[in-house]
Design a protein around this ligand. Sequence first.
Ligand SMILES: [Zn+2]
Length: 466
Amino acid sequence: MNSTLFRRLRPAAAALLLLPLVGSTSQGPKPDPQVLAQFGLFENATLQRFIDGKGQQMNRVSDRPGDYGFTIVDSPVINAFATPDGHVYFTRGIMAYFNNEAQFAGVLGHELGHITARHGQKQQTRSTIASVLLGVGSMLNKNVAALAQPLSQGIGVLFLKYSRDNENEADGLGVKYSTKIGYDAAQMADFFITLQRTEAQSGAGGIPTFLSSHPNSADRYTRVKGLAAQQKSALGKTRLNVNRDSYLRAIDGLPYGDDPRQGFVENGVFYHPGLKFQLPIPAGWKTQNTPDQFRMSEPNGKALLVFTAASGGSLDAAAQSVAQQLGLQSPAAQKTTINGFPALSIEGDQAAQQGQQQPAHTLTYLIQDGQSIFALIGLAAPAGFASYGPQFTASAQGYQRLTDAARLNRLPERIRIKTAKTSTSLGQALAANGIASKRYEEIAILNGMKTTDRLAVGQLYKAVGK
Ligand SMILES: [Zn+2]
């Protein structure tokens, strides 16, 4: 891929990608830049040290100790995955749903188990799912593929599917490793229940991808409970840790759900408070926001618009760079102004490449906003360009400064750890914290409890709030 085209769209992530993990004691390899481009690094040094510390502790007692890394990425999706290069990733989304260190350790051991048992290396089939999702398959040539690549690699990892045998083996290893470092592995089974409840509950955060890549079976809960009991006695452990309170205190303040400061879509407009701009989205198009680009695709995959940072110190330099990277034949450039910002449009056909399918007709707008130059790259098959070109232009012409204070200052929801003051039900406690009644079930799942479960005086529980 042409990495220079994909400079970070999320400003805070930029520094972190260029520097070693700040505050990390990581002994393992650095996280994959492709994974970070897809999700962003979760900027919380305490939790990064926590996952790396527990991961390295398990690594040392594992069946195949190695140079492994452990990283939390900044995604609200509930997921955990291991890459074949020996790196385990947890999302901040899954961190929000654990209710104690033992659950966390069980899943960490499970993912490490996929690595030590070399499951990923036995099936290195990274799918072309990105092109399927985007629907750009029919007009994929190398240059479009270069745009789709960061997505395909990230998603390819997410959708690595393991066989049932692999999953069972990883469950066993997760039990073994977490027990060895002193945790009650039976808690991992309880976390499966939480995952199943999030899946059953629509709306909150969507279906956790952890489940699609780690299929649940009816007997998995029972099996893991049994393995945990066996492992406990085999290792002669009389006391195993759960560490509920310490875990809950560690995640107090964790962002929950989307973080609007990294960009959000509302009523057909993409707002980016960090970069202070807004951009209209063609009606009905699908969108995806990653740290380095915002992507809009026509629902049937007939056209694609990608908003990203451009390289080059001037509009002319950026235009040359884009024309080269898209492989344009004799592109036509035109200077213009968009809502007061100096801009330049470049239109042209991509050069046909041997063995490739139909090249795209492209229309790119480069917009100079202060020190930054942004590119809005539109691609469509030549036959469809007459209808999509005007939509590319309309979107570009809608680029403007975001000034609405309510949107600029919108804050993410966060996990708020509370202490029960009286003996009460979880539902009553949530009501006392101003949680809307339609969200009781969602927050009860987050707590791994039922709304009718009793809280003892002094017991910690999770609420959410700004
Ligand atoms: Zn698994």
